[in-house]
Design a protein around this ligand. Structure first.
Ligand SMILES: Cc1ncc(COP(=O)(O)O)c(C=O)c1O
Length: 480
């Protein structure tokens, strides 16, 4: 047993020294990364990475810990980082993260999160207002879009299904409707809720990957004829692979016709409510019953913080309640300040501080600017792609997600698929750029998500050149 316990672990001077060194290191990292002159990713095989950290734990130098993290982690602040849908966090939100870690208030009850529970209420009220909801709206912050979508669908079942599944279990088959292009977490939510395969009705998409509204009626009637009660419909805003928004107005009309809960999965693009130029993509959202918006995607926050907004605030209290008189379980007033009653988590981080400080320092305009710039940039990138006969777009971008592929005369579909896969793997291993890939209609596409405000058309045009060079290298190596 260490004789200096607990002071050795809790030494505030140590904290100051380590903290100051770390801030210096992170400041340099940020500044280097934003310049974009270093690699975005130092690619390593999983086995090698595992071996490195095993060895480090035994014999590594403690002082090198954060330096090794910098070497061995993908740099989201590098403008050549165009892969997944995670933000390059605004540096101030790293500081709110630090404060949350030190205070460690668990949020579930008011006393363990007084100021953050109040801030959470303010942030959710602002979001509800932006969405076009009335003052009756309420929201919560939770740990990710996946959990938020599940929470919304649980509330939907509580409100729209007559018998109490929470108490009695399922007594008849239930289902939700969603686009076949929706994020896999919606499917997962349905499975967790015990709806089974028949309980998630996947609506095909049109050629431009938006939910085919003309197919809603026949799918609904087919389910009904089998005795399945459809209680909710989910619109994607946008779908993850393609970045294409569903027609939320049409989905809202359909939901109204059959008294379905209308949920909008805006984990990625719900943030467009702040963009004067692009908020029209969310037209129809005001009719929805619930909406999910991730802060750690388009709103410059670190993982993980998601807002789940309910049009009728009372519904936000139903999700996990045991009784119908949920509002009055412990108090005779609405206890919005005990956030654990409405979230999946018992303990969660003081995540509201990220939202609140960005609003306080920069105002809503900064969200408008970020979303608008990134969506504009995707359209400019699409124009570059159109001008080059070596490239093909899967679909015109509606958001900041672009799927495209390299094409070469004389190759068949499968050969082009393999070529694009090899190009992406080579460029991943080279590490200057980071982008991802997806399959659409059996075709292999390269996929970029433009999340970084420092990415320019020069970076993107150079990426296209690198892809062309790599394509030639692959074809040459295959020929020899
Ligand atoms: C449309 C959509 N919904 C849900 C999710 C899951 O969100 P999270 O990663 O915050 O759990 C994603 C993630 O990419 C998404 O794009």
């Amino acid at each position: 047993m260490n004789k200096t316990w607990p002071s050795s672990v809790y030494d505030s001077e140590n904290f100051r020294n380590q903290g100051q060194q770390l801030i210096e290191l992170m400041t340099k990292h940020l500044s280097d990364a934003i310049q974009g002159e270093q690699k975005t990713i130092n690619w390593n095989l999983p086995e090698d990475e595992l071996a490195f950290w095993k060895e480090y734990l035994k014999n590594g130098n403690q002082e090198d810990f954060f330096k090794e993290i910098i070497k061995r982690t993908t740099h989201v602040h590098n403008p050549k980082c165009t892969g997944h849908q995670v933000a390059a966090p605004a540096p101030i939100t790293a500081l709110t993260g630090l404060v949350s870690s030190i205070f460690n208030n668990g949020m579930a009850v008011y006393e363990m999160g007084m100021s953050p529970n109040a801030m959470e209420r303010i942030v959710c009220d602002i979001l509800g207002n932006r969405l076009g909801y009335t003052e009756a709206s309420r929201g919560i912050l939770t740990s990710g879009g996946t959990l938020a979508n599940l929470t919304a669908l649980l509330a939907a079942r509580k409100v729209k299904v007559e018998h109490d599944v929470w108490k009695e279990g399922h007594t008849k088959p239930l289902a939700i409707m969603v686009s076949e292009e929706a994020h896999y977490c919606v499917d997962r939510a349905a499975k967790i809720m015990g709806l089974g395969d028949a309980g998630i009705i996947k609506i095909p998409v049109t050629n431009d990957f938006t939910m085919d509204i003309s197919q809603l009626e026949n799918h609904y009637q087919e389910a009904k004829s089998k005795g399945i009660h459809v209680f909710a419909i989910v619109g994607s805003a946008p779908a993850t692979a393609t970045g294409i928004y569903d027609d939320l107005e049409a989905i809202g009309d359909f939901a109204k016709k059959y008294n379905l809960w209308f949920h909008v999965d805006g984990a990625h693009g719900g943030a467009a409510i702040f963009s004067k130029k692009y908020r029209h993509l969310l037209d129809g959202t005001a009719q929805s019953d619930s909406v999910v918006i991730d802060g750690h995607k388009m709103l410059m926050m670190p993982t993980i913080t998601t807002a789940l907004l309910f049009k009728d605030g009372e519904h936000s209290y139903t999700t996990f309640s045991q009784k119908a008189d949920y509002l009055l379980i412990d108090t005779d007033e609405e206890d919005w300040y005990n956030s654990g009653k409405r979230t999946f988590e018992c303990t969660k981080t003081m995540m509201c501080m990220h939202w609140f400080i960005l609003l306080k320092i920069y105002g809503e305009e900064v969200f408008d600017q970020n979303v608008t710039d990134l969506y504009d940039k995707a359209r400019d990138f699409a124009n570059l792609i159109h001008k080059d006969e070596r490239f093909e777009l899967a679909v015109e971008p509606m958001s900041n997600i672009l799927c495209f592929r390299y094409v070469e005369d004389g190759l068949n579909l499968e050969e082009i698929n393999i070529l694009n896969q090899k190009i992406r793997q080579r460029l991943l291993e080279e590490g200057e750029y980071y982008f991802v890939q997806t399959k659409l209609n059996g075709m292999h596409y390269l996929r970029t998500t433009l999340m970084n405000p420092f990415t320019t058309m020069e970076h993107l045009s150079y990426l296209m050149e690198k892809i062309k060079i790599e394509a030639k290298n692959v074809l040459k190596s295959q020929a020899s």
